[in-house]
Design a binder for this molecule. Structure first.
Ligand code: FE2
Ligand code: FE2
Length: 193
């Protein structure tokens, strides 16, 4: 559920400041960080609850991210670039990730293949991110899509999706979870010290 007290959140301060590619790249950085944390938990033989919480966080973030791309970003890029092959492959990769996510959300840590499934998901997602950042985003940039307007639209949709899924907002106390880019933006604006 969404906490509604004094909500000039960092997220709101960042509203409208990210273009579509910044927004997606920040999401990518966030999930890559979670993948690393999970590997560490496996190495440390961490308690199941810790693993489950992290896996849930990653799966939710990925579900919101893929939905956002499929609803708004991919159609805009497909239309502007006409690169159907690249966009079709990306959608197939999403479908593969979603299948693993559904399986993982139905499982408990300690069950057979739990760690393996999450590790394979992370490898597949990392490959997918490389394709997006290495090919799709450069194509989108040179296709002259209005990435600022698209970013604002995606930001609003992202908030709605997170609310629907009960994902809590980043709040004022969470400066530590901001990406380097977000921190720089907020510091530039004098919004955080
Ligand atoms: Fe994607
Ligand atoms: Fe992505």
């Amino acid at each position: 559920m969404r906490k509604n007290s004094k909500k000039t959140t960092l997220k709101e301060k960042l509203m409208g400041k990210k273009d579509a590619i910044d927004l997606l790249t920040d999401d990518h950085d966030e999930v890559k960080k979670i993948f690393k944390q999970f590997k560490q938990l496996v190495e440390d033989d961490a308690p199941h609850a810790e693993k489950a919480a992290l896996v849930k966080k990653a799966c939710n973030a990925l579900l919101v991210h893929t939905k956002l791309e499929e609803e708004l970003f991919y159609p805009a890029v497909r239309k502007a670039t006409g690169d159907d092959e690249l966009m079709d492959e990306a959608k197939v990769e999403h479908a593969g990730a979603k299948d693993l996510i559904e399986q993982l959300l139905d499982m408990m840590p300690g069950e057979d293949m739990y760690d393996a499934k999450f590790i394979v998901l992370s490898e597949q997602v990392k490959h997918h991110i490389k394709e997006e950042e290495g090919k799709m985003f450069p194509e989108a940039k040179s296709a002259k899509i209005d990435l600022d307007a698209l970013g604002r639209k995606m930001e609003r949709r992202k908030q709605d999706l997170e609310q629907e899924m009960g994902i809590t907002d980043v709040d004022e106390t969470d400066v530590g979870v901001l990406s380097g880019r977000d921190k720089a933006r907020l510091t530039d604006e004098g919004l955080i010290p």
